[in-house]
Design a protein around this ligand. Structure first.
Ligand SMILES: [Ca+2]
Ligand SMILES: [Ca+2]
Length: 416
């Protein structure tokens, strides 16, 4: 996709202007070719839909494909972010702003998780987010630290111990995604501290691969601005991740990305987006080596699929169960939390990534939508989706971190 030639200047925010001045003040890098400097202005729009609390009467606005049914499993969960479903149906829920973990279990199997079926099992963990289990221990990724806790039979956790430490500062992107990989190493994603420029810390905007004892680590992939949701394809083993593109570069630049993440590869941010496209709004002075932005981008890894800019993927899950129709097997569900700087809001939905017979992703389409809508000329929303996971019965569950709702999607359409 080529960037539009002519962009209307709508003015810059104070934050962007400051960032711009700082970039201009950086020491110039000698280069044989002077690359064209980026335009000083972009189509910049701050447009946060009016946030509404969830109320059951709003459920009729939500759309799911034919044959599926949407239900509310729990409310009042606060800043509900990541989900981790245990084989016995217990659900760990991290709450980033609250800095804690809750254990939820539908003990009577009625599809509701009431107050008596939920309890806080960890607390005082700043920016608690990604969770992963290995050998009876729960690992939790927080801002600069990965914690480990022993899991008791009833789901309780002991006091968190430090597993690995000294990770990059959170800055703008403190939500960390983390999973134990099929190779027995722990993978954790550390987003950029700022919008569209690198800092001297090489671990920023990367996916890290951490040894099983937590004592050593490598940069597995770089140029990933904020990839929180990632996982391995159940058949091919390929690692897929959703990257959030830069803000303040207009309504459509850069698109959100689905990448296949391979060891040692650079995924382009901050200078490139999508399929090796140079980002016209990023100053080229930070590019290493005497090369232009276009040359640099040619050496990066392009995305497999793109999605509407600013949709903001948080979490993803492969669907491996049998409740949904066969075409969903080994495909992906992704939670797009929703935009705050696009004229027409994007995201605010669970999307589905279909895969072909060769297990390659083919398209991203809305699966649960309707959280954002226009009402008498005003954009409104009543849900910002964050965590998404497969439940033990093969239904799909997801969180809304604004109203604290846990939703569940079931297939009830009969013939598959
Ligand atoms: Ca219940
Ligand atoms: Ca990229």
């Amino acid at each position: 996709m080529k960037p539009p030639r002519c962009l209307l200047s709508l003015g810059l925010s104070g934050a962007l202007a400051l960032g711009w001045a700082a970039a201009q003040g950086a020491a110039p890098t000698p280069r044989p070719i002077t690359p064209p400097e980026p335009p000083a202005t972009a189509t910049v729009t701050r447009n946060e839909p009016v946030a509404l609390e969830f109320t059951p009467d709003k459920l009729s606005r939500l759309k799911v494909p034919a044959g599926f049914q949407l239900k509310v499993m729990a409310t009042g969960l606060g800043n509900a972010r990541s989900l981790l479903v245990m084989p016995d149906g217990g659900i760990y829920l991290s709450r980033m702003k609250d800095g804690d973990i809750w254990y939820l279990k539908d003990a009577n199997g009625d599809g509701q998780i009431v107050a008596a079926e939920r309890r806080q099992v960890a607390r005082n963990v700043s920016s608690a987010h990604g969770m992963s289990v290995r050998e009876g221990k729960l690992y939790l990724a927080a801002e600069k630290t990965i914690w480990v806790m022993d899991i008791a039979k009833d789901g309780s956790l002991n006091v968190p111990r430090v597993f690995a430490d000294g990770f990059p500062d959170a800055g703008q992107h403190g939500a960390r995604g983390m999973h134990w990989g099929p190779d027995g190493y722990l993978y954790a994603a550390f987003g950029s501290t700022n919008n569209d420029s690198r800092t001297p810390n090489p671990e920023e905007a990367t996916l890290l691969r951490i040894s099983p004892d937590g004592k050593s680590r490598e940069i597995y992939a770089s140029g990933l601005r904020h990839t929180i949701g990632f996982n391995w394809h159940p058949i091919t083993g390929a690692l897929y991740g959703f990257d959030q593109g830069s803000d303040w570069h207009g309504d459509n630049i850069p698109p959100e990305e689905l990448n296949v993440i391979e060891r040692g590869k650079n995924y382009g941010w901050p200078f490139c987006f999508g399929d090796e496209n140079p980002d016209p709004y990023v100053n080229a002075s930070g590019i290493p080596g005497k090369i232009t932005k276009a040359e640099y981008c040619t050496g990066t890894q392009g995305s497999l699929l793109n999605y509407t800019a600013h949709a903001a993927a948080i979490d993803m899950t492969f669907y491996t169960a049998a409740q949904f129709p066969a075409e969903y097997k080994n495909s992906v569900f992704v939670a797009y939390r929703g935009s705050w700087n696009r004229s027409e809001p994007s995201g605010y939905q669970i999307a589905h990534v279909s895969f072909d017979a060769n297990n390659r992703p083919t398209a991203i389409t809305p699966f649960v939508s309707g959280f954002v809508y226009q009402d008498a000329g005003t954009w409104k929303q009543f849900g910002r989706v964050a965590g998404v996971a497969q439940y033990t019965d093969g239904s799909l569950i997801f969180t809304d971190d604004q109203s604290g709702v846990l939703y569940r999607v079931l297939y009830t359409g009969g013939q598959k």
